[in-house]
Ligand binder design. Structure first.
Ligand SMILES: [Zn+2]
Ligand SMILES: [Zn+2]
Length: 748
């Protein structure tokens, strides 16, 4: 009872003050921090220390450690006796427990303090087990300079962990604690060796090593050299220390061999790129089987102060360029609106206030989904995003661990498809790791304690398969020019991205085993004319991928085709289910029950005059015959406009029978600007908006009305601008064939 009160009134004040130690997946020290007293004091459990060292140090310091209760009465009496009789102070009365007390609470050596220490030692023995006390001891014994504890000592002096000590090394380390200040490790190696040998012999005599062990230990040369604390992954270390402020040991999943290889490649590559004005680079490597982060390079060189090397490129929020496009296409596959060979439009299109162009400022009219993604075309990507909706994309990104997207959500629009948001390299690489795992995202594991293996199906396995098929094709415009040739390229799926203003070059790739993300650019955000995802980031991605395999030996992934993917024949012209007139068929993959089943309408039947100079409609078709049936191209209005504007020949039908009074043929105008239902915010009343429509090829003139007031008659190809009043506006367009279109917009 009274002991309990004393214990409560004078609780044990101190514990060992540890710095933090960061370990690789194989327990190599890859970083550490000083403790609050600026000492290298790193935690090691008793099991992680060579058993002979523990035996040696207890033998030497406190033979009866396991039998006493904190103080050894015989030694105390002996010490008191000697001190009283011979004036000379004799130590040796100190048990390991007493030493721990003194190491934790250093005090002047007076008899009163000695008494306090006895109390504390007893208290320590009551609070902790023998092994816990011994663990505190080996973790806090001074080893000279600012080194405390066995872990820091072995790492700094011997560049190894305390569980890998030889008998000679353990013996040597067992003699330093008693004279950490008087013994200079650097300058007294001879003396150190003779002391070591003396103790090796003594340990043999005391029966804790065998004759053989003694013999080989004595032969072992003395290797001791103080090196700097390892700092293999400085950016990652900082990230994890911030994330786990209370942990004294952080065990990462870093593969030191792969990390060092990657680091060297990046530093060398970055030096070359600096000639072009590109100074920073970062990369992340993930093991797809475990979702472990096995290499983490935050910048080309942590110590490159001139180029802000301390910034962590894995955490920096940057524009992703085109790197989100595969996700948009994958969502399109899953909605059924896309299949790889479906033809989609690549024509000038105004998405409200947003009117993107392609990287080469060209439009291709129509392209397959595969080509559109391979060539990273902008209009198709934005159109698909418009169809699936930005909330769907944002939701998928959130499920794929894009944590920062939540904060940006309110201001994100269709420009997301082209990189109009902020992401970091970690998030982006995590997304591609999901593509490598059948569309299922699992949080990345930076440490061995992070074991969340929950799966979030971002896209279906079928969709992920189709994306892999597209992104693993080598013939594509973003294949790096300066890369030797496609023969040397690793067989991986990858996608590049270049942000607006050429500030960020991305390249993220994956195969079955690994996902690698690469970013190049400048942390100070300066754009560089020569910077592109293809030329700047991809060669680095390829090198990093190859460094993961010995002899650059990467075999192509034998992708297991998912259950619900099937092949079907489609019309080569449209990529849709063939109609009777579709004579050129190709094979395409699709997801039954999901993918579109629209029949091809690439041709249309017309009844035309015998000279094919005009066609008959249902009303004017001569009953007596004298006409022939012919097929003509049947493109959408947008595509037809594209053909006409670019003078591209297409199999257009002839004009309608000029003698026919029925005029309801052809296609009505389609107003494309302003955009139907959109809210336009104008700061100045005099702001004019363009009025524009897609027209049928037989149209020469259009008549425009705003709120039922006639505005102007314009010729095909002419443009028209108008000042709108605030509030709702009705816009109508009538073509010279009497076909009409109307839309509403709101002006603020
Ligand atoms: Zn067809
Ligand atoms: Zn007719």
């Amino acid at each position: 009872m009274s002991w309990g009160i004393i214990h409560f009134l004078f609780p044990y004040p101190e514990k060992v003050k540890y710095g933090k130690v960061i370990l690789s997946k194989n327990n190599e020290v890859i970083g550490a921090t000083l403790n609050t007293s600026d000492k290298w004091c790193l935690y090691s459990s008793l099991e992680d220390v060579d058993p002979f060292f523990i035996k040696a140090i207890t033998q030497k310091e406190d033979k009866w450690f396991y039998y006493h209760f904190g103080i050894n009465p015989i030694s105390v009496f002996r010490a008191v006796f000697y001190n009283l009789t011979s004036q000379k102070r004799v130590s040796g009365a100190s048990t390991i427990t007493m030493q721990v007390v003194r190491l934790l609470e250093p005090k002047e050596r007076t008899y009163l303090n000695k008494l306090k220490e006895v109390f504390r030692a007893y208290q320590l023995e009551c609070t902790y087990s023998k092994d816990e006390i011994l663990e505190m001891y080996i973790n806090s014994i001074p080893f000279g300079g600012n080194i405390e504890g066995i872990k820091a000592a072995t790492v700094l002096y011997l560049q190894k962990n305390p569980n890998a000590l030889s008998t000679a090394e353990s013996s040597m380390l067992s003699i330093i604690p008693n004279r950490p200040t008087s013994l200079s490790i650097q300058h007294q190696k001879e003396f150190l060796k003779s002391e070591r040998d003396k103790w090796i012999v003594r340990y043999y005599e005391e029966g804790i090593i065998s004759d053989d062990e003694k013999y080989s230990a004595l032969l072992e040369p003395l290797h001791i050299k103080r090196e700097n604390m390892p700092r293999t992954t400085p950016h990652l270390n900082r990230r994890l220390i911030n994330k786990y402020p209370l942990d004294k040991v952080i065990k990462t999943n870093i593969d030191v061999g792969k990390q060092i290889k990657a680091e060297k490649i990046i530093s060398k590559y970055s030096r070359r790129q600096s000639g072009l004005g590109i100074y920073n680079a970062a990369a992340l490597i993930i093991d797809n089987k475990t979702n472990n982060v096995i290499a983490y390079i935050g910048s080309q060189d942590y110590d490159d102060d001139q180029n802000a090397g301390q910034i962590d490129g894995n955490l920096a929020l940057r524009s992703p360029g085109s790197t989100l496009k595969p996700l948009i296409y994958a969502l399109g596959f899953d909605r059924g609106i896309l299949t790889p060979k479906l033809q989609i439009l690549d024509v000038r299109h105004d998405f409200g206030s947003y009117s993107p162009v392609n990287y080469d400022e060209q439009f291709r009219g129509e392209v397959t989904v595969t080509e559109a993604l391979k060539q990273s075309l902008n209009i198709p990507a934005v159109s698909i995003l418009e169809k699936i909706g930005t909330p769907a994309l944002i939701n998928s990104l959130k499920n794929a661990g894009f944590n920062t997207i939540k904060r940006q959500e309110k201001r994100l629009g269709l420009s997301l498809a082209l990189g109009g948001c902020g992401v970091n390299l970690t998030e982006l690489t995590g997304l591609y790791a999901a593509f490598a795992q059948e569309g299922s995202y699992t949080p990345l594991h930076f440490t061995s304690a992070e074991i969340d293996s929950s799966k979030h199906q971002i896209v279906t396995p079928e969709s992920a398969y189709m994306i892999y098929e597209i992104l693993s094709q080598l013939k594509r415009p973003d294949f790096p020019n300066n890369y030797q040739n496609s023969f040397h390229a690793p067989p991986i799926a990858w996608k590049t991205g270049t942000s607006y203003g050429r500030r960020d070059a991305w390249s993220v790739g994956y195969n079955k085993e690994y996902t690698v993300g690469v970013w190049c650019g400048n942390f100070n955000n300066i754009g560089v004319p020569g910077l592109t995802g293809a030329e700047t980031a991809t060669p680095l991605l390829f090198s990093l991928f190859q460094s993961l395999y010995t002899g650059n030996n990467i075999s192509k992934w034998e992708y297991d085709i998912p259950e619900h993917i099937f092949e079907r024949e489609v019309c080569a012209t449209s990529g849709k289910v063939p109609n009777i007139f579709c004579d050129h068929l190709v094979s395409d993959t699709f997801i039954p029950g999901v993918s579109h089943t629209e029949k091809c309408t690439h041709l249309k039947n017309y009844f035309v005059s015998t000279d094919s100079s005009f066609y008959y409609c249902h009303d004017c078709l001569p009953k007596e015959g004298g006409y022939i049936k012919k097929q003509y191209a049947n493109p959408s209005v947008e595509l037809m406009t594209f053909y006409l504007e670019n003078n591209l020949p297409f199999n257009a039908p002839p004009q309608h029978n000029p003698k026919c009074r029925t005029s309801i043929t052809g296609v009505a105008p389609q107003i494309i600007s302003p955009v139907e239902g959109r809210e336009y915010i104008i700061t100045d009343k005099s702001t004019e908006l363009e009025m524009k429509a897609h027209l049928s090829p037989d149209v020469a003139y259009t008549y425009w009305y705003v709120n039922d007031h006639f505005i102007k008659k314009i010729e095909r190809g002419q443009s028209l601008f108008h000042q709108f009043k605030f509030g709702q506006n009705k816009i109508s367009c009538t073509d010279d064939k009497g076909r009409n279109a109307e839309i509403y917009i709101f002006v603020k």
